[in-house]
Each structure stands twice: as structure tokens, then as C-alpha cells.
Design a protein around this ligand. Structure first.
Ligand SMILES: CC(=O)CC(=O)O
Length: 661
């Protein structure tokens, strides 16, 4: 595979493209209404983080936020944690979803392994949300109650979320491929009143009936008063084993036209609970606010994804990943969102490209790993599909290597804006991401997001340019967690982000900010490979290994031996019908030696039957490291949130063998 130099200029927006962008519209608005003049993105960014209050207040006006009362203070304090935004105001997230929509245009296009492509108008979305709101009220749901959802990425799930938020109730979802215990570990913590569930799902052409799992979950949630059941896998599913069931059909049926009522709640009231699996203890219940998410998603999706009513916005995700919440946020911009439920590689990886053609997709969001997998399989979508509407490919989950960018230009479309982005569950957004008015450089994320004061910190806690360091946020950000559920003294929140640099959010990623204000992410900072004091991110190693075509994927860990040295095993997943020979090992070492450094050549290379990944496709570097150091699987990872838990067996055996040796 040809190597693409990091930083190669691959695309520049035309003047027309820039003039038509939402960011330009905002810059013109700032000129006209606030007498603020910015020549380029970077001066706008600098102002947005130096004058946080002015910036976020300007968005309040620009987006015409609907509030019961005027806000008193934009930001109560710059101290973290503890900053409060737009105090005194009362808003509702769902109200902004339905503002000024053309009722006949599609709000949602959904398709899945079980369902044909279907369009849902704004009108239908409104009516169904209003009907479900009535049902939830009838079931006694009030502001602050929790509604949990064990649901697939289908239309009904969006309705259920919007109805929940319209009442000021709190949403939390898990994907039906999550194992029983991991769902209970999540939902039980937040004591839900109502559950919404599917009966099962189809993946890779196989049916998964989950009714007995749902029964188990229900029996473990003593606070549940009702369950709304969606017959998705089997349209005649009866849910006989469940108590207090309301059928979906009944829940959204109404004989008359309905009007949605929006419960305006204090800006900093909770919207949802997202869970992030740590390596120990129960998953962290991260609570984000109605107002914080509203402002951040309006900003990220309008300016950085450049969405408006003419767009058809897709992201491949499940309801168990924050990208689902981000995708639904696309509705705030008036664009049509596209939902897909199923395996994106079934029957083969062309499937999503075909869907891009059929849905007239304009923005194609996916994981970096999907793009590199298409690249390794030698796909050429432009030869088979008409992608004339496509203007942007966005990726996240892990850093998109320069070759992934190049592959998109060579094989999908040459006039394309590629945005690699990074953020995470903790803030439910990407805060290093794209901008349609900036050039695209191979392997680089185009910019730090407006209002996000992101720096790369040295070990001494100083910001540095062109140096790889810790990704930090040195100022408050509206979509930061307002708290963790049941973390009364805030200690869990503090220990998760603020224990390394006091008062500063340490995100846990390894970042370089370049002197042209672009960014490069190098993977998780606690997974870096440190040889003789020189640290490099795991993404650099993976990029070098990717050059060896026989290798499908890889995982590397650094295990210090306590004497200042460490062993650095590399585990490779070989392509089908390929063996790891000595020649291939030499080729891998050569790539790492020349492209990273001789110090970072692995101490040994092993072929593995499978590489452990979360259901969201993230490699389990830290849990594998801990297993290899002798920790039990139970202590280091929640197996229900893995796509292939049995892949860990290899590492358990490996640890036993190597500890004996
Ligand atoms: C936006 C993101 O950063 C998503 C993720 O990697 O979890």
C-alpha cells in the first residue's frame, strides 16, 4: 500500500464553497450584529475561547434559543468542575428540534437488515412524538424521571427520545446487542420509571431474539412501572413474559391531530445519561444537560458539519454509542437524518456506499476503522455507485491515518471534504473536527472546535505547539458532564478528568497541535508506547503495520518490567488464509523501524485469532495490558460491552504461559 505523507495538502474549498458555508453566515452575522470582524477561522476560534461568554451568548442570539426567562449569567465561573451555564433560563431540547420545519419534507430516512428504506416526514415525526408524549404522561412520567431504552437504531427510538426530552425526563439507551449484565449494570444505577424495548434484531443476516434478555432486565429493575414494547424482529411478537406492557402501536396511536407540549426546564437540568465503561467498577453514568447539549450540538452540527435543511446526514452507529445522540442532533439543523441498523459489512462492505447512493446522502459519517477496512479490501465505490450528492465524509472512533484520507479521494470522489474528528462520550461531541472553510491535510484534524479551549500539554502542564502531549481543555465547555449519577461528593467525576492537572480537564488522548492550527491525535495517552523515555502513540504503530498488506489489524501494548525497561508485544490479526511468517514479521519490524523509530520495534510479534474490541469498534489496549500483567478479565473489562468477548481467552492463556516462563 502506498504511503501518504502526513500533512500533504489534499483538498481546498472553493471560494463559492466557503461563501455558502454556515460558518461564513455566522461570521457575517457577527459583523452585522456585534461589529466583530474575523478574517479567518483561526482568529474566530481564538476569540471564541478567549471570550467564552461573548461567544456562547452570540450563539444564543444567532440560533434564537427559546427560553421562558432571560438568562442571568452566561457562565457562573471559569473554575472546573462546577461551572454553570445560562443560569436563570428555561429551555427544551425537543422544542428546538421542531422549530420552523417544512412538515412534508423527510426528517428521517431509516433502513435496516429487517426493514426496507422508508422516509418519515417532519409531520409524522411530530405526531408520533406528541402521541408518545401523551402515553408517557399517562404512565406518570414527569420531569426528572428516567426512561431507559433497549433499542435498535430505528425510527421508534428517535421518537422515544424526543418524547422523553419534551417532558424534561431523562433518557438513557443501550443497544440490543449489549449483554444482559451490562444493561443491568447501566440501567439499574439510574432507577428508571419506564423502559422502551425491542424484541430482538437482525445482524449479518442472523436473527437475535432478545425477549428473554428483556425479561431478565425487567426483573432486575424494581423501579420500573411500565414497559413500551416495539415488535421489531418479529412483527407479531407478544412480549408475554413481560409485566405492565404497552405496545408501541398503542403508545403512538391517536385519533386526532396532537400538539406537543414542551416542558421548559432549567438550562443545566439533565437531558440524558451516557455510560462509559471504565476498566474497573460499574460503567460511569455521565449526565449532560438539556441546554449544554442543545448549544454544543447546534454549534458542532451547524458550523463544523455545515448541515442545513438541504442535507441528508448519516452516521453509522448504534444506540449504545454517543454518536447516536450526535446523529439525532442533526435534526436541530433541519437536515434529514439517516438511520441504519445492522452490520455495515453485510453482505459486504459495499453495502453502506450503496445506501449512500440510494438515500442521496450528503454527509457520510463512520468510524475510521470502516474506512481503513474498505481501503484494505481494495473497494472503489466511485466505479459502482453514483455519489453525486456526497460532499463530506466524516470519521471518528480512532485517528484516520493519512492513507485513509487518500483512499477517499482516490476511490470515492476527488471533490470531497474529509473531516476526521475526535471527542467522546464524556462531552457527547467531537471537539477537534472539521470546518468546510479550511483545507484538508492528510492525517490531520482540521481544527479545534469553536468555544473549545483545547491544548496539548507537556508533562509539566504547559501548552505546546508541534509537540505531542496530553489533550486538555483549559476552560469550561457546555456539554461537559453536569455530574455523574449517584456521585454525591463529585469524587468520581473529579478522578475521571481533574486529578492530573488541577482545575483542568484531562481528556486522556495524546494530541499534537500543529503550527498551522490543525491537530493530530495519536491514540489514548495511557496506552502510549514509552521506550527509553520516548513516547509514541499507538496509532503511529498501527499506521506502520497497516503498510503490510497481509495484516488485517493489530494491537500493541507496553508492559513496563519495573527495571526501567519494558516488553512491547504486537498482536496481529492476519488476513484470511494468510500465515504470520518470519518474512512478514521482518516486514512489520522494518515498517515500524523506518516509520516510527528503531526503539519502538516490538519485542515480539504474535498472530491472534481475533482482536478484542468494544461494540463501538474500539481496540481494548488498556484491558489487554492489564490482563497480560496478570489481572483477571472480570476486573478489567465488562464483557457485555465487547463485540467479541471470547477473543480475550487468547490473552488470558498468553499471560499464564508467559508468567510461568
Ligand atoms: C467523537 C468521538 O470521539 C467518538 C468516539 O471516539 O467515541
Amino acid at each position: 500500500m502506498a504511503r501518504t505523507e502526513e500533512g500533504t495538502l489534499l483538498w481546498e474549498p472553493s471560494e463559492k464553497r466557503k461563501q455558502n458555508s454556515n460558518i461564513y453566515d455566522y461570521m457575517n452575522w457577527l459583523k452585522k450584529h456585534k461589529d466583530l470582524h474575523f478574517d479567518n477561522y483561526h482568529s474566530l476560534w481564538k476569540w471564541s475561547v478567549d471570550e467564552l461568554e461573548l461567544f456562547w451568548a452570540s450563539l444564543w442570539d444567532y440560533f434564537q434559543i427559546q427560553s421562558k426567562e432571560d438568562y442571568q449569567t452566561v457562565l457562573t465561573s471559569h473554575e472546573m468542575p462546577g461551572a454553570n451555564w445560562f443560569t436563570g433560563s428555561k429551555i427544551n431540547y425537543t422544542e428546538h428540534i421542531f422549530q420552523n420545519r417544512d412538515r412534508h419534507k423527510p426528517a428521517i430516512i431509516h433502513t435496516s437488515e429487517l426493514r426496507d428504506q422508508t422516509e418519515i416526514s417532519w409531520d409524522q415525526l411530530y405526531q408520533d412524538t406528541a402521541a408518545l408524549q401523551l402515553t408517557l404522561k399517562y404512565l406518570g412520567v414527569e420531569k426528572g424521571d428516567r426512561i431507559v431504552a433497549y433499542v435498535a437504531n430505528i425510527y421508534e427510538s428517535v421518537v422515544a427520545f424526543l418524547a422523553t426530552a419534551s417532558l424534561g425526563a431523562i433518557w438513557s439507551s443501550a443497544s440490543p446487542d449489549f449483554g444482559t449484565q451490562s444493561v443491568i449494570d447501566r440501567f439499574k444505577q439510574i432507577e428508571p420509571k419506564v423502559m422502551v424495548t425491542v424484541d430482538g434484531y437482525r445482524y449479518s443476516g442472523k436473527d437475535f431474539d432478545r425477549t428473554s434478555v428483556v425479561e431478565n432486565i425487567q426483573s432486575e429493575l424494581p423501579t420500573l412501572e411500565a414497559t413500551i414494547a416495539i415488535p421489531y424482529l418479529n412483527e407479531n411478537a407478544t412480549f408475554d413474559g413481560l409485566k405492565n406492557v404497552t405496545s408501541w402501536k398503542h403508545a403512538v396511536t391517536s385519533k386526532r391531530e396532537l400538539t406537543l407540549n414542551f416542558e421548559r426546564v432549567p438550562f443545566n437540568d439533565p437531558l440524558w445519561v451516557l455510560f462509559s465503561s471504565g476498566t474497573t467498577g460499574k460503567p460511569k453514568p455521565i449526565v449532560q444537560s438539556q441546554g449544554g447539549i442543545l448549544m454544543e450540538h447546534l454549534k458542532a452540527l451547524t458550523f463544523h458539519a455545515d448541515l442545513d435543511e438541504s442535507d441528508r446526514f448519516f452516521w453509522f452507529t448504534t444506540t449504545g454509542w454517543m454518536m447516536w445522540n450526535f446523529l439525532v442532533g442533526g435534526l436541530l439543523t433541519g437536515s434529514t437524518i439517516i438511520l441504519y441498523d445492522g452490520n455495515p459489512g453485510y453482505p459486504d462492505k459495499k453495502m453502506l456506499w450503496k445506501m449512500a447512493e440510494q438515500t442521496k446522502m450528503t454527509v457520510f459519517g463512520t468510524s475510521a476503522s470502516y474506512i481503513t477496512a474498505c481501503m484494505k479490501d481494495g473497494l472503489v465505490p466511485k466505479e459502482e455507485f453514483n455519489l453525486q450528492h456526497l460532499k463530506n465524509i466524516s470519521s471518528t472512533g480512532s485517528p484516520l491515518p493519512p492513507e485513509g484520507f487518500q483512499w477517499c479521494y482516490d476511490n470515492v470522489k476527488d471533490d470531497l471534504w474529509i473531516a476526521s474528528s475526535s471527542g467522546g462520550t464524556d462531552v457527547c461531541t467531537a471537539f477537534i473536527l472539521g470546518a468546510p472553510i479550511l483545507p484538508v491535510y492528510a492525517g490531520e484534524l482540521q481544527c479545534r472546535g469553536l468555544g473549545a479551549k483545547i491544548e496539548s500539554f507537556t508533562d509539566e502542564g504547559k501548552p505546546a505547539i508541534n509537540v505531542v502531549g496530553e489533550l486538555v481543555l483549559t476552560e469550561p465547555f457546555p456539554s461537559m458532564p453536569i455530574y455523574f449519577w449517584n456521585d454525591k461528593d463529585g469524587s468520581r467525576l473529579h478522578d475521571s478528568y481533574f486529578d492530573v492537572f488541577p482545575g483542568i480537564w484531562r481528556h486522556g488522548d495524546y494530541l499534537k497541535v500543529t503550527d498551522r492550527d490543525t491537530c493530530v491525535i495519536y491514540g489514548r495517552s495511557d496506552a502510549t508506547i514509552n521506550r527509553g523515555g520516548i513516547r509514541i502513540g499507538t496509532s503511529e504503530i498501527y499506521r506502520a503495520v497497516d503498510q503490510v498488506s497481509a495484516v488485517a489489524d493489530s494491537l500493541i501494548v507496553d508492559i513496563p518490567d519495573g527495571d526501567g525497561d519494558s516488553s512491547v508485544p504486537l498482536f496481529v490479526l492476519m488476513k484470511e488464509n494468510t500465515e504470520l511468517t518470519d518474512d512478514i514479521k521482518q516486514a512489520i519490524k522494518k515498517q515500524i523501524r523506518t516509520q516510527c523509530s528503531p526503539r519502538h520495534v516490538p519485542t515480539a510479534i504474535y498472530s491472534v485469532p481475533d482482536l478484542p474490541k468494544t461494540l463501538n469498534g474500539k481496540k481494548l489496549e488498556i484491558p489487554v495490558k492489564k490482563i497480560l500483567k496478570g489481572k483477571s478479565v472480570k476486573k478489567v473489562v465488562n464483557q457485555g460491552s465487547l463485540s467479541n468477548p471470547s477473543s480475550l481467552d487468547y490473552f488470558v492463556e498468553f499471560a499464564k504461559k508467559h508468567q510461568k516462563a
